[in-house]
Write a protein that binds this ligand. Structure first.
Ligand code: OAD
Length: 257
């Protein structure tokens, strides 16, 4: 049965994590909103005023690489100015408590989880701070923090191909899917934070978790599109509701009960 909790200033609830739980976390743009990074689908979000097809597809990169690089260079500049917020820190602290039973999958291309201290994580939609060969010549992505002012500044791969942002465009396959599937199949608790549930395959992860009988908890200010699939919804801003939200059972507690 779905349990919806509205968290006001003094209303406390918690998400219990037992010694036998394995936790899979999926985050989206909402977790970085309180760090000052806009989400995609809000009325003033990143896709407002932009046609996604003009920026975030392989065709867009072929047709107008300058526009694509301009968009992602601005995202790099914003990312460099932003800092992790209490929600990123709450996840890093949770991982420190249960390092062998914690896995974080983010759709975000910013590096705020790493900077908060998260270790066991994958970026399924790529990373802003990396570039790779647009010819997909097989060389791995390289670290690249440069905010390019124009296309002529963008570097080349040793094979001669121009670098492209290491971002998964619409129509491309998300990264690390085998590992993600494996981790979901082992999870007993899935936490989903700050994502609208509108982009697949990530929006379907909650269904995979339910098939494996995991508890599924959503955290964010609005019900996501796939809200019916969650066992618990905690309504509130992630940075406000996540500190103190997790009640992790310790071995000592287990022995005395
Ligand atoms: P969306 O913009 O679709 O959704 C952001 C979600 O964050 C919404 O559900 C908001 O309610 C929620 N939100 C806003 N403020 C929040 C806060 N303070 N705390 C918690 N939640 C908050 O962003 P995503 O679902 O992440 O893909 O978008 C998924 C993918 O679509 C992105 O990874 C990106 C985009 O196109 C690529 O670029 C490949």
């Amino acid at each position: 049965m779905l349990e919806v909790r509205l968290l006001g200033a003094n209303r406390m609830t918690n998400v219990s994590i037992s010694l036998s739980d394995r936790v899979f976390v999926l985050t989206g743009a909402g977790i970085s909103a309180e760090s000052g990074l806009p989400t995609f689908r809000a009325s003033d979000g990143l896709w407002a005023g932009h046609n996604v097809e003009e920026i975030c597809t392989p065709e867009a990169l072929r047709r107008n690489p300058a526009l694509v690089w301009d968009f992602y260079s601005k995202r790099r500049a914003d990312n460099q100015k932003a800092n992790p917020n209490p929600a990123h820190i709450a996840l890093a602290e949770l991982e420190a408590q249960i390092p062998d039973r914690f896995f974080l999958c983010t759709q975000n291309v910013d590096d705020l989880h790493e900077r908060a201290g998260s270790v066991n994580l994958v970026h399924m939609h790529g990373e802003l701070a990396k570039s790779r060969c647009e010819r997909e010549c097989g060389r791995p992505p390289v670290e690249d923090h440069t905010v390019y002012k124009n296309l002529d500044e963008v570097g080349r791969c040793p094979c001669g191909g121009r670098l492209r942002p290491h971002i998964v465009f619409f129509g491309e396959i998300p990264l690390e899917m085998d590992r993600i599937q494996e981790e979901i199949s082992r999870a007993t608790l899935m936490l989903v934070i700050g994502t609208s549930g509108s982009v697949y395959p990530a929006a379907g992860f909650v269904h995979w978790a339910r098939q494996g009988r995991a508890r599924t908890v959503y955290i964010g200010p609005d019900q996501p599109l796939n809200g019916a699939a969650f066992t618990q919804i905690v309504l509130g801003k992630a940075g406000e509701v996540m500190p103190g939200l997790f009640q992790v059972e310790s071995r000592a507690e287990h022995l005395t009960t």
